[in-house]
Design a protein around this ligand. Structure first.
Ligand code: ADP
Ligand code: ZN
Ligand code: ZN
Length: 820
């Protein structure tokens, strides 16, 4: 009997296996005579079956052949549809006649096979909760919970061997008159010596002359039985796949500061049962050290439990993970995006066996199948990459809290700029989360001084410095203050990080004629297109235009298609800053693209390895200026970074999203925190068009709590999250009328139900801020209510009315993070 994924319990590269008879592939003659003995299994398949929202109604029922056992959580294969194509599914309920309901027994099919992988009970419970909470069919949730590699059994092979039925004589007798060919085949098989069994199809053919087709036929007759063996082929090579990151040169195990000690002590006392904690610590305050210490204690105290550490995908690469590897050595599994499917599968298998005791990974690592969970850490808990933007639209932080509560262990969320959701939970009247603060940097370094510079006065300054230059149409994204600071930093041997949270070269391409007004827009989306340059930005014709929503590309027309004037390219992007840096510092400071200057955005960093290499080169000091989007704002800790420049702090500010200020605060505060971590005091320069904007001013003062209390008051007054809970429904269709029609039907039902639902507020139906993406029109309805319960109640009712089927036409987002 297999317990959890314990079949891997021997070493990973051994041929661990489970043997199991699976004659079920050919079950017809193995059914019990008495229907009362019928064994049934109800499974979830990866399909949008969700007609009523009732979990049980979305399951499919199959018979379990005699001699085959399955248990809830087990991965099985079932024949699906008319073609009976084999689909993977997860057994949810296993039982007898009582599961039949009013299904006609003769219509039931048998399951095709049973795999040895079993989802732990706690994960199954978590998946059921997610299906309910995030309004997603259970089968689809399970697809997210199980990594693709496990579903496809990558790194494992199923080997089939055959053996003669133990009761061969009785069986042959019962079959009555058989064709001569079959009798001959049976006779040939009988002559094989006992040690030849069980045999693979090929050797059976070679030794007895019985063809594969005949073997199959004999299996169907019950003469031969198939033994399916599951063998691990992936090697156990785990950490070798992951180069250790640039070391920061800190002492291996620093003595905790008094503030760290308080948090460590409290968290250690919390081990062993569920509780939720928010660790609010300024950048560089030693939050990671707190996690490491508490995990250490947990591992020592609970010798069968494991820890899960979630980090934003991009922070995974070098630094954070190498600190865990340094501390915990071979007991760490790092689930990063650079792993091959079979490596990933092997990592998961090891997590299940308990050989891996600390799993570090991005969003989906919250589903690591550890046998017993001792603690969950969610680092940088505010990070938006924890929210999955496709089905199931879950938030890994909230799932982490749920999983911890199911498993009875503490969950620790850490950040210098927590989400207002978590912060409200920590300071609210019912103290759902305990709050621990680390207000100073751990190594005694001071928080960097942040200067806000007004881009309007910078422009005036430049025209004084270089009178007449305004005439040249040259654009400056770097104002004189930032430009001089970069120059000084490079002259003094320091390094700089420059942030601009927008990719490409220019995002506003238009005709200069005021009477024409032509703007370059995507043909398929309600959005303007962004100009990108090919690698060599100096070549004039090297640009192409890309839509950031549907990724469609076009060539940039040289002239306005309406009036033939030469097109203007306005707006900003990292490529344009790159060009400007080269122009200004190539000759004076030898700042050379690809050598001493590097741009890190999703256009240049397509794999985890690219990013790892870039950071290694930055750590070694080869790269002097690192320019990038928000991916460089997270978690980096390099002592020689003496200057951080925010090229334009306003990129998120003007988005039509109620979290615009929160995002701006997080971005500025996080990137500022990258400066001055070593012995040199750090300098941060924030360029903005809105120098008095509170989110920018308070980020400059490292004043999270001040910002949070102001912003929470605004949210309360406008009844937005986290004061109220939100769900958003987007109806999409190629035809506007259909999208509008569906939204209207939903809206009518909501209006009918609304009077019974206390405090419900409905916005819409209304076009989304981006009203068309990839030719699909998008109509949104936003729902808010004072409690999760009320909102869930409404969603459940809409679901059972058949109005919330999650498919290509309806996207339901509970606790949405983006409202575009
Ligand atoms: P955070 O995760 O809060 O940004 P880190 O854990 O990365 O902070 O710590 C920042 C730096 O301070 C790291 O280089 C770390 O090694 C160092 N550090 C952490 N705790 C201590 C301590 N108690 N004494 C000295 N240095 C420390
Ligand atoms: Zn588009
Ligand atoms: Zn024009």
């Amino acid at each position: 009997m297999i317990d959890s994924w314990g079949q891997y319990r021997s070493s990973a590269n051994a041929t661990a296996y489970v043997q199991r008879q699976v004659p079920s592939l050919f079950t017809s003659n193995l059914e019990p005579e008495n229907p009362r003995d019928l064994r049934l299994v109800r499974v979830a398949v990866n399909r949008g079956i969700d007609r009523s929202g009732d979990l049980r109604e979305s399951l499919l029922t199959y018979t379990l052949p005699v001699g085959i056992d399955a248990q809830p959580g087990q991965l099985v294969k079932v024949p699906l549809g008319r073609a009976n194509s084999a689909a993977s599914a997860v057994a949810i309920e296993v039982g007898g006649f009582e599961l039949l309901g009013d299904l006609p027994v003769e219509k039931l099919k048998g399951i095709s096979s049973v795999t040895p992988a079993i989802l732990p009970r706690s994960l199954l419970e978590l998946a059921k909760w997610m299906a309910q909470y995030y309004v997603c069919p259970l089968g689809m949730v399970l697809q997210a919970v199980l990594p693709a590699a496990v579903k496809r059994q990558v790194g494992r092979t199923l080997v089939t061997r055959f053996t003669l039925a133990p009761d061969l004589d009785t069986r042959v007798a019962a079959l009555g008159k058989l064709p001569k060919r079959q009798l001959d085949a049976i006779a040939a098989l009988r002559t094989l010596p006992a040690e030849r069994w069980p045999a693979k199809a090929k050797s059976l053919h070679a030794e007895s002359g019985v063809s594969a087709a005949m073997q199959k036929k004999l299996v169907a007759l019950g003469v031969l039985m198939a033994l399916i063996t599951d063998e691990v082929t992936a090697s156990g090579e785990l950490l070798g796949a992951f180069p250790s990151g640039p070391s920061v040169g800190a002492p291996a195990r620093p003595v905790p500061t008094p503030e760290q000690a308080v948090a460590i002590d409290a968290l250690e006392r919390a081990l062993g049962s569920f509780s939720a904690h928010l660790l609010l610590g300024v950048t560089g305050s030693g939050k990671t050290e707190v996690y490491l210490r508490v995990i250490e204690t947990m591992l020592a105290r609970h010798t069968h439990a494991s820890a899960i550490v979630l980090v934003p995908e991009i922070a995974l690469t070098p630094q954070t993970s190498s600190r865990f590897i340094e501390r915990f050595g071979a007991t760490v599994a790092v689930l990063h995006s650079g792993l091959s499917a079979s490596q990933r599968n092997a990592q998961w298998a090891l997590a299940a066996t308990g050989r891996v005791r600390v799993v570090v990974g991005a969003r989906s690592a919250i589903f690591a199948p550890v046998a017993k969970l001792g603690i969950v850490i969610v680092d940088e808990e505010h990070d938006s990459s924890y929210k999955q933007d496709q089905l199931p639209r879950y938030h890994a932080r909230d799932v982490a809290v749920k999983r911890a509560s199911i498993e009875g262990c503490p969950v620790v969320m850490g950040s210098a700029t927590p989400s207002l959701e978590s912060y409200a939970n920590a300071i609210g009247p019912d103290h759902r989360y305990a709050l621990w603060k680390l207000p100073t940097r751990a190594n005694g370094a001071r928080m960097p001084r942040v200067e806000i510079v007004d881009l309007v006065s910078e422009r005036a300054l430049r025209s004084q410095l270089h009178p007449g230059q305004w005439r040249t149409r040259q654009l400056h994204l770097l104002g004189p203050t930032l430009e001089i600071a970069i120059d000084q930093t490079l002259a003094a041997g320091g390094q700089a990080i420059l942030l601009l949270n927008r990719r490409g070269y220019a995002n506003y391409l238009c005709c200069p004629s005021p009477t024409c007004g032509w703007i370059m827009r995507c043909d398929h989306c309600d959005a303007s297109s962004v100009l990108h340059m090919h690698q060599d930005v100096r070549a004039q014709s090297a640009g192409f235009v890309r839509c950031h929503h549907c990724l469609a590309e076009q060539l940039l027309p040289k002239r306005c298609p309406v009036c033939a004037k030469e097109i203007n390219t306005f707006g900003l992007g990292t490529q344009r800053v790159e060009e400007e840096l080269q122009r200004k510092f190539l000759h004076t400071r030898n700042l050379k693209l690809g050598e001493t200057l590097l741009r890190a955005d999703s256009d240049t960093m397509s794999t985890a390895k690219d990013y790892f290499d870039a950071l290694s080169r930055f750590a070694r000091g080869e790269i002097r200026v690192l320019l990038g989007t928000q991916m460089i704002a997270k978690g980096l800790d390099f002592p020689n970074v003496r200057l951080v420049g925010v090229v334009h702090a306003d990129t998120a500010l003007n988005l039509p999203d109620f979290r615009a200020a929160e995002r701006t605060f997080q971005l500025v505060a996080q990137v500022a925190g990258r400066a001055g971590r070593g012995s040199h005091p750090g300098r941060v320069i924030v360029q903005t068009m809105n120098p008095r904007e509170p989110s920018i001013v308070m980020a400059a003062q490292h004043d999270f709590e001040g910002f949070a209390s102001r912003e929470l008051a605004i949210r309360r007054a406008s009844r937005l999250p986290p004061s109220e809970k939100m769900a958003r429904i987007v109806c999409r269709d190629l035809e506007l009328a259909k999208a509008t029609g569906h939204a209207a039907a939903l809206s009518a039902e909501i209006t009918r139900l609304a009077p019974a639902i206390a405090g419900l507020r409905v916005r819409g139906p209304m076009p989304c801020p981006i009203s068309r993406i990839a030719d699909h029109h998008r109509i949104a309805i936003e729902l808010t209510a004072p409690t999760r319960g009320t909102l869930q109640h409404l969603l459940a009712q809409l679901r059972s009315a058949g109005l919330l089927i999650s498919d290509a036409h309806t996207a339901i987002d509970v606790d949405p993070v983006s409202l575009m």
